[in-house]
Ligand binder design. Structure first.
Ligand code: HEC
Length: 144
């Protein structure tokens, strides 16, 4: 019994440790490359083109909140670069079979409309979305 509990909490600790270690590495890498100006640009694109549907935090408007998206993308991709590439491609041509969000999100909200923004804006806003990941947010907090 004691051994079992110990094993379980060690596993939880291990998982949390990986999560924090992983996000610290990503944050360090991100801050080295992305200048503050890119972050501001990403946020202002979000405000003008995405916020109408995506709130930053729950409750959702008509689409999953940004912090939930960031969590899903961090779970699905190892690097910011891969995640940003995928997000940009998805926004140009949303496709349910390529969605990182669960099917449930698409059933509930419908498929996102294609974004007709320049590639550089799509990249800047995707990087900004990735950076909104909040390790303090528990998986259940972003229930769609
Ligand atoms: C008209 C409403 C609307 C606008 C505007 C909008 N979205 Fe979405 N978005 C949605 C809906 C609905 C979903 C959930 C269904 C889906 O995945 O297509 C979604 C899903 C997503 C996803 C998850 C895709 C996946 O892999 O599952 C990302 C990332 C995203 N939006 C980013 C953005 C960004 C960044 C912008 C602004 C440039 C934006 N969205 C603008 C409605 C919108």
């Amino acid at each position: 019994m004691i051994t079992k509990n110990y094993t379980a909490s060690a596993a939880v600790f291990g998982a949390l440790f990986c999560l924090f270690a992983g996000s610290a590495t990503v944050a360090a890498r991100g801050s080295g490359k992305v200048s503050a100006a890119d972050g501001l640009q990403g946020e202002s694109i979000y405000r003008s083109s995405c916020m109408v549907c995506h709130s930053l935090v729950p409750p959702p408007k008509v689409a999953p909140p940004v912090k939930g998206l960031a969590r899903h993308y961090r779970e699905a991709f190892k690097s910011k670069r891969e995640a940003v590439d995928h997000m940009v491609a998805f926004m140009k041509k949303p496709d349910a079979s390529k969605a990182v969000c669960q099917e449930e999100a698409i059933r509930r909200f419908g498929l996102m409309p294609a974004m007709s923004l320049p590639e550089s804006d799509l990249r800047a806003v995707s990087e900004w979305v990735w950076d909104q990941f909040d390790p303090a947010m528990k998986p259940g907090d972003h229930k769609h």
